[in-house]
Write a protein that binds this ligand. Structure first.
Ligand SMILES: [Zn+2]
Ligand SMILES: [Zn+2]
Length: 152
């Protein structure tokens, strides 16, 4: 038997929970499962327009909140003054390389055993870490290459 794709599994599970599967809901789930990097509102809207899904900013925003609340996608803030969203999959414990020049974002797996740091914060400050945000900002390979060309 053919294995159902992630989007189908998510949509089936929403349907089983009694949620309505609208064209927008379906299109968003498919868009996020296809995308390899977090998407901003602008990219989401233009992708939906390409698929001829009638889009209304408020409706999209409400739908994104719905998917966030159900832990299907997560909201990310890369200090760009806007939110981005990405699918929450089984390998969601990853971080991001954020290019401050071209705004390109790459999802990366980073070995992040921070338990000793958590322990230190607990002993020094009596602070119990429940979660943390770890993203990396800098220049992507393409921007670094361009920069070095200019300098030479
Ligand atoms: Zn770049
Ligand atoms: Zn990511």
């Amino acid at each position: 038997m053919e294995k159902a794709d992630t989007a189908t599994i998510i949509i089936d599970s929403l349907r089983a929970q009694g949620y309505r599967i609208t064209t927008l809901r379906c299109a968003l789930v498919r868009l996020f499962t296809r995308s390899s990097a977090p998407l901003g509102a602008l990219e989401i809207t233009s992708s939906l327009e390409k698929e001829d899904v009638s889009v209304n900013k408020t409706t999209i925003y409400r739908e994104l909140q719905f998917l966030v609340e159900r832990s299907i996608i997560r909201e990310l803030d890369f200090l760009e003054g806007k939110k981005r969203y990405e699918i929450l999959s089984e390998h969601s414990r990853h971080h991001h390389l954020v290019c401050t020049n071209c705004s390109g974002i790459t999802c990366v797996d980073v070995p992040n055993d921070l338990s000793s740091l958590h322990h230190a914060l607990g002993t020094t400050h009596g602070f119990k870490v429940t979660h943390y945000v770890l993203e990396f900002f800098g220049l992507c390979f393409s921007c670094v290459s361009k920069g070095s060309c200019v300098k030479q």
